[in-house]
Design a protein around this ligand. Sequence first.
Ligand code: EPU
Length: 425
Amino acid sequence: MDSFIIDGGTRLRGTLRIAGSKNASLPVMAAALLAGGKSVIQDIPNLQDIRSQIELLKLLGCRVERLPDGKLEIEVIDQTNSHAPYDVVRKMRASICVLGPLLAKRGEGRVSMPGGCAIGDRPVDIHLRGLRALGANIELDGGDIIARATKLHGAEVFLGGNFGSTVLGTANVMSAATLAEGKTVIECAACEPEIVDLANYLNAMGAKITGQGTPRVMVEGVAELSGTTHRIIPDRIEAGTFMVAAAISNGELNLENVRIDHLMAAVDKLRSIGVIVEKVGTGVNVASARRLEAAIITTQPYPGFPTDLQAQFMALLAVANGNSIVSEKIFPDRFMHVAELTRLGARMHREGATVIIEGEQQLIGAPVMASDLRASAALVLAGLAARGTTTINRVYHIDRGYEKIEERLNSLGAKIKRVDQSEGE
Ligand code: EPU
């Protein structure tokens, strides 16, 4: 199992291109199951989660080929197997987003029920409620969700839950509704840019979706969809992570391929903390103003502050001046990084879904353990700011969502070594 050894304290400087969005790519790739003919999807990042999704699509009868320049060609050639087994789903929860497309196109989808993960319980009850409203019959067998329908029909579907809407649930229901008979109105739909990207891809395939990006999405069912070309949006979470890297290292980065309009809540917080963020062409320039101020952050559904940047901002606030408060309103247990950041000298006090951070700490390198994707990113960021050496174990988590992060940070001046520490694990 690989580890990172980080020598902290260097200032990051330079230019970096932000990759295509992982969380937009996964449902778009799943939606290719709905179409006849081939789709060519551009700017798919080269990540572990994407490789898992490719394996799953192959298992479900797709021909999938990587073309040069980050393009992926997907074509359904065999519709006999509609089962996403536990072995695949346990590696990546997002496999659940094949359920809607399989149901709508093949009349049946069988997907192993995803379990919880390091960021907490992750139920799929709202996905299933939505698919049932479209006429699916859903049962559980041997840990698998089996969804069946001879023909889906349009319906009014409400996707709200205790923590707001659901991103992949909206992807599932919206994808399924494209081939349903009649009109579907999704109320309390997720408004995330990844949902807009999926709707744009589906529309390019011949679907009739309007209202994407708002809480009311309307889908007029069509008889069939056909493959098309589509470019994935830039990864807003990767962009936000590198913005924090510039700030926490007292550096200055020019990030290319950034949709700043997808990141306004995070940019607003960075500016209030004292980080200079300027839009330059199709990217941003981010520079630390040296003195970083405390902040109060509450994660919320889009366009609010993203939960996927909570851990990274917590690392930043550990070195800012004054006391900060971070509340998690999407995944109330998503705080595995707190104990590890504390090992680096951060002062954090957790009360339920809120953490109080006493800032102004000089972080000091130590061995720490990565627990999930964004927590790992937070530890890398903290390691960049820490004095001395930080060793992060189990960095496979970070490879799920950031392509060669150590090489890219090193190209900006960081000192990170990847080592294989499998012995003794
Ligand atoms: N929820 C339910 N029932 C459901 C579905 C969700 O109660 O049927 C709850 C969840 O437990 C959570 C909230 O609703 O409290 C929101 O969960 P959501 O369904 O929106 O999460 P997701 O779609 O499974 C995606 C991203 C996550 C990101 C969340 C929230 C992908 C592949 N994953 O997950 O990304 O944190 O939306 O924005 O798109 C990551 O990239 O590190 C990551 C975890």
